[in-house]
Design a protein around this ligand. Structure first.
Ligand code: ZN
Ligand code: ZN
Length: 308
């Protein structure tokens, strides 16, 4: 374990104040509320520079779910815009899942107003499809694929070179362990450099735990929603407990796991969009893009709606 571990100290690791301390096990640090936001932003900035997540003059589109992780990311990038010479805009996809989607879009709009950045919204309904299970794909998989496809379309249309998502180390660890247990070494990377059919894709919170984004959002009074998708399957986060237990036994164990796993992945990141949709020509990883797959499926099930 690193010698700089200050998790159990009685004073802030930066300014030595003894005020109420925020203890983040994953960082092995105790910090006061004054020092904590700056500490977190500097960590994110340092990762973005090391991993070449942006170019000077870039516009970075931040995918906003309405939740705390992407809200914290938006605020952090906005606070770094001068130093990094970037601009930030919010991107939101309305998945058309009733009240949940309305609340989520409103939260994304509130956040952008609070931070002072424009928000662009794309709605699944505008494409004449509904999010529902297709074949062996569960609702959450369909939802994720459609959201990624629509975010990609938005960046192309708005000529946004870099797309940032609010995946935290807790999300990344889920992918990593799920992959390992299915015999796959591949896992998401902090950055995928751009190609002709998609922007640079970055995950600036790759080594930031959710406990830290939650604290950041709370300290800065960011608007966000805790509302959960009605179709959320707790099983999709079933490895959370595994990693919480690991962290309790080995402070900073989660970070070490993610760092080592990333190092072990020598092959370049898989480009998940290397084909063109046979129907609409949009980039995809299969014969049809997720939107057209849904269109075909839903038109097949309900021929009467085909003309819509
Ligand atoms: Zn301090
Ligand atoms: Zn298509």
């Amino acid at each position: 374990m690193p010698s700089k571990l200050s998790l159990h100290d009685d004073s802030c690791a930066r300014c030595k104040a003894e005020d109420e301390l925020i203890r983040i096990s994953e960082f092995g640090k105790a910090l006061c509320a004054e020092c904590f936001p700056g500490f977190l932003v500097r960590r994110v900035e340092s990762l973005m520079r090391r991993r070449q997540m942006y170019r000077k003059g870039d516009t970075i589109g931040v995918a906003l779910s309405g939740g705390k992780d992407s809200a914290a990311l938006m605020e952090m990038l906005h606070s770094l815009r001068g130093r990094m010479r970037i601009q930030v805009v919010g991107l939101h996809v309305n998945m058309g899942l009733g009240e949940f989607s309305d609340i989520s879009q409103a939260a994304a709009a509130d956040l952008c107003e609070h931070v002072g950045v424009p928000l662009h919204v794309s709605s699944v309904a505008d494409f004449g499809v509904r999010i529902e299970p297709v074949g062996q794909f569960r609702q959450c998989n369909v939802c994720g694929a459609v959201r990624r496809s629509l975010l990609n379309r938005m960046t192309q249309k708005l000529e946004i070179p870099t797309l940032a998502t609010g995946h935290t180390v807790d999300d990344i660890l889920q992918f990593m362990l799920k992959g390992l247990l299915s015999g796959r070494l591949e896992a998401p990377r902090p950055v995928l450099q751009p190609s002709t059919h998609r922007p640079r894709k970055i995950k600036p919170l790759y080594f930031t735990p959710e406990s830290a984004t939650a604290k950041y959002a709370e300290l800065l009074g960011l608007p966000y929603t805790d509302v959960e998708c009605p179709h959320f399957e707790p099983a999709s986060r079933r490895f959370n407990e595994v990693f919480e237990l690991l962290e309790a036994k080995v402070p900073m164990g989660k970070m070490q796991y993610a760092h080592t796993k990333l190092k072990a992945m020598k092959a370049p990141g898989v480009d998940e969009l290397e084909r063109s949709c046979a129907m609409c020509g949009e980039p995809t990883n299969a014969t049809y893009c997720p939107i057209c797959r849904l269109r075909r499926e839903q038109a097949g099930q309900r021929p009467a709606e085909r003309e819509k």
